[in-house]
Write a protein that binds this ligand. Structure first.
Ligand code: BGC
Length: 444
């Protein structure tokens, strides 16, 4: 093995990402609360990580002590605007305290304005199905940015519009669940309105704070055809790849949203991003499948011999992160890229150390091509409420005992701490935490 260190550029952002509904607890006024109450989730979020009760403080202590210099959190719209005609100043004050607390700990906040959860009153008006949501979102964004602007300049308008829309309207794992509110047409309408919402938010934020850096977080899934010699597999791969990934990126590049049900002109959104936020987890293999009409005759899966996570939700395919970054630079030359999410569900921390090390090696390769990758947010800091999967998946560097709120330190905490403090990843670290990939990462 070679003794070496992969160094990262000075000022690289190292942190974790979280979302309001997943960590705050007691969110009882949004679409996810409804979804939990109607039995669509494995468990209920309950207190979650009790951030609303104040435990964000101890978790931010953990982040700071382990060398993290940034944290991506989201603001809960239903707390800020509990009813269409009511704004909650106390809630805004709590978020101000949270961001101030991060600043005091040397942690720069990245603020996401929408991460899957909608206020119940908006849900009753069919959320993002109607264009009427756009000025409502803008109004909320203005309120939040006005209140928080002294603590950060880094904003993420909407998290994973594609996951929100496709999981909600096509797969049915996320709300809505309302009779008749299903199908690809509606999903694409929702994404189109999210693009309009992003554009309105982008302009509003810059109006309030000229130096702001505004983007969104794209869930990007590289895909490969199962049998490269079979044109049908290649065709299915292209349809799935474009359908799942391309709506937002195409509209931001050209002002026209590419979609499986036809293109939509949204000229006002063209070029409106100051960085690309990239959420990367894994790569899908795609195969033609006559018996799967609901997914347009394709099947997406991981090969049976993959390095699987605990519930097989994720296959450890680090090269996919490099390919995602390559796609990003090709699509938007010179645009800064921030990895806004990357991580794995792994209660016993068997895979996380190698997943982390191997993915960061790919990020390092990218920065060595001078690609403008500016930061990395691990998903996540502490186990948090995993949407319809409830507590069955554990993504935290720290584990969570849901009953007692105790945090359990996993070995990955120390690996990530060493990486953040060194601003690099060394063969020594890999030898200590993930010896099984040492030779692969540092051959010779
Ligand atoms: C979402 C997170 C989620 C993570 C792991 C991402 O798609 O943005 O909210 O917890 O995946 O499932």
């Amino acid at each position: 093995m070679a003794v070496a260190t992969f160094h990262f550029p000075k000022g690289f952002l190292w942190g974790c990402a979280t979302a309001s509904h997943q960590v705050e607890g007691n969110n009882t006024n949004n679409n996810w609360y409804y979804w939990e109450q109607t039995g669509h989730t494995k468990h209920q979020s309950g207190l979650a990580c009790d951030w609303w009760g104040g435990r964000w403080k101890e978790d931010m202590d953990r982040a700071a002590e382990t060398g993290q210099n940034t944290h991506r959190l989201s603001i809960e719209w239903s707390r800020i605007q509990p009813a269409p005609d009511r704004w909650d100043e106390d809630a805004l004050e709590r978020y101000r305290a949270m961001l101030r607390g991060m600043n005091e700990r040397g942690i720069m906040p990245m603020v996401t304005l929408h991460h899957f959860s909608d206020p119940l009153w908006l849900f009753e008006q069919d959320s993002w199905e109607n264009e009427t949501v756009v000025p409502l979102f803008e109004k909320y964004v203005r309120r939040v940015v006005d209140a928080l602007k002294e603590y950060t300049t880094l904003w993420c308008t909407i998290n994973e519009p594609n996951v929100y829309a496709l999981n909600g309207y096509v797969a049915g794992d996320f709300p809505t669940g309302k009779a008749g509110h299903k199908g690809m047409n509606l999903a694409m309408k929702v994404i189109a309105n999210m693009l309009r919402g992003h554009a309105a938010a982008y302009r509003a934020i810059h109006e309030i704070q000229r130096e702001a850096r505004v983007g969104y977080a794209l869930h990007y899934r590289p895909m490969v055809a199962a049998r490269s010699w079979l044109p049908l597999d290649a065709l299915m791969r292209d349809i799935q790849y474009n359908g799942i990934n391309m709506a937002f990126p195409s509209a931001l590049s050209t002002g026209v949203m590419k979609s499986p049900i036809g293109n939509v002109r949204i000229p006002e959104v063209k070029g409106l991003q100051d960085y690309l936020g990239l959420n990367y987890y894994s790569v899908d293999t795609v195969k033609f499948d006559l018996f799967n009409p609901q997914e347009l005759f394709a099947r997406r899966y991981y090969p049976a011999d993959s390095d699987f996570s605990a519930t097989k939700f994720i296959a450890n395919l680090p090269q996919g992160l490099f390919d995602s970054l390559k796609w990003a630079v090709k699509t938007y030359p010179n645009l800064p890229i921030i990895i806004t999410e990357n991580g794995v569900e792994d209660p016993d921390d068997r895979m996380r150390p190698r997943y982390l090390a191997q993915h960061l090696q790919q990020v390092w390769r990218a920065v060595n091509f001078n690609w403008p990758v500016k930061g990395y947010y691990h998903w996540s800091l502490v186990d948090n409420f995993e949407w319809e999967r409830g507590w069955t998946q554990r993504f935290g560097l720290w584990g969570l005992d849901v009953e007692t709120q105790a945090r359990i330190r996993r070995p990955s905490v120390d690996l990530y701490a060493e990486i953040c403090k060194e601003n690099g990843i060394s063969s020594e670290m890999v030898k200590k935490y993930a010896p099984e990939v040492l030779e692969k990462m540092f051959p010779g």
